[in-house]
Write a protein that binds this ligand. Structure first.
Ligand SMILES: C[S@@+](CC[C@H](N)C(=O)[O-])C[C@H]1O[C@@H](n2cnc3c(N)ncnc32)[C@H](O)[C@@H]1O
Length: 282
């Protein structure tokens, strides 16, 4: 990737050294104590949604794929613009029928295959804003999913997230250094983007992050675009207060929700719930 590319910063820090430190440091204490998203939540999310014929965008060290329960020999594609990431993952993921693609998810994907599942895990916060640019990643992944395919993952939220003071300090530092570009990322922005390109979207917040799954890619770009312009990203506001309790902040007023086995409430963002909210706020 060219240094002048807006996506350069978000992927350039994954050197061989950082990749060696990533699992013990980033997926360990930083995930647990800074973002308050212990890795087991993400592992469970992978286990719930991954299917053979999986595309992992921005796989990092491949740690979650390895713990996902994906059967050895399953078709797996990893995609990342950083060759260090692909070189790190290749031997670790050798038990799978692996294809590695060096590409930027913000550009149309150079892929003919169609996938049953795709992960965009802890990547959106690394992508350059604004929301319209981040949305390209979701659009490009939706285009290579099977009609009943699922996109899932998690992302650290920006200033509207439920952060601790330590998390806010890390957020500021990572945005200053360019590894993150997510100060404006909100749950509402994420919901708007996912609903533009998928039929059914669920989002829950855990600590500083939004954990999402989106089913059924919208097939017609025109339909997605017209949905997008009718919804306007950001209009579906996250009403949860940073100071409200975890339980309260997970139950959206007016949005249908269901309780998961872990006791957390999953919010179901549908076009109709978005429309209902807008009608009510008029
Ligand atoms: C924070 S790591 C997440 C790694 C892994 N998904 C995980 O959950 O542990 C971000 C990953 O996204 C990749 N990435 C950053 N920008 C990207 C882009 N424009 N297209 C595809 N991957 C990108 C990075 O190279 C890195 O592998």
């Amino acid at each position: 990737m060219d240094r002048s590319d807006p996506a350069w910063k978000g992927q350039s820090e994954y050197t061989p050294l950082l990749l060696r430190l990533y699992d013990p440091l980033v997926l360990g204490p930083i995930a647990r104590f800074v973002w308050r998203v212990p890795a087991h939540h993400i592992v469970e999310h992978y286990q719930r949604h991954i299917r053979p014929g999986h595309l992992d965008v921005g796989p990092g060290t491949g740690a979650f794929i390895l713990r996902s329960g994906l059967a050895a020999g399953s078709a797996l594609t990893i995609l990342d613009p950083n060759p260090n990431v692909l070189a790190h993952c290749r031997p670790r993921l050798a038990q799978f029928d692996l294809t590695a693609v060096e590409a930027d998810v913000l550009k149309p994907l150079p892929i003919e295959a169609r996938f049953s599942s795709a992960a965009l895990n802890l990547v959106i916060h690394c992508l350059p804003g604004p929301a319209e640019r981040k949305a390209k990643a979701v659009e490009h992944i939706a285009a290579v999913l099977e009609p009943d395919g699922v996109l899932f993952g998690a992302t650290v939220l920006g200033t509207t997230g439920r952060h601790t003071p330590q998390a806010r300090a890390f957020l500021k530092a990572f945005n200053w250094n360019g590894g993150f570009d997510n100060l404006d990322d909100s749950e509402a922005m994420l919901a708007g983007i996912l609903n533009t390109f998928f039929e059914e979207v669920t989002i829950r917040t855990i600590g500083s992050a939004a954990v999402f799954a989106a089913h059924g890619p919208r097939r017609s770009t025109r339909a997605a675009r017209s949905h997008s312009s009718s919804q306007r990203w950001g209009l579906v506001r996250n009403r949860s207060s940073p100071h409200s309790s975890q339980k309260a902040s997970h139950s959206a007023r007016g949005a249908p929700s269901q309780r998961s086995s872990s006791g957390l409430v999953w919010r179901i963002w549908t076009p109709s719930s978005a429309v209902r909210r807008r009608a009510r706020s008029r």
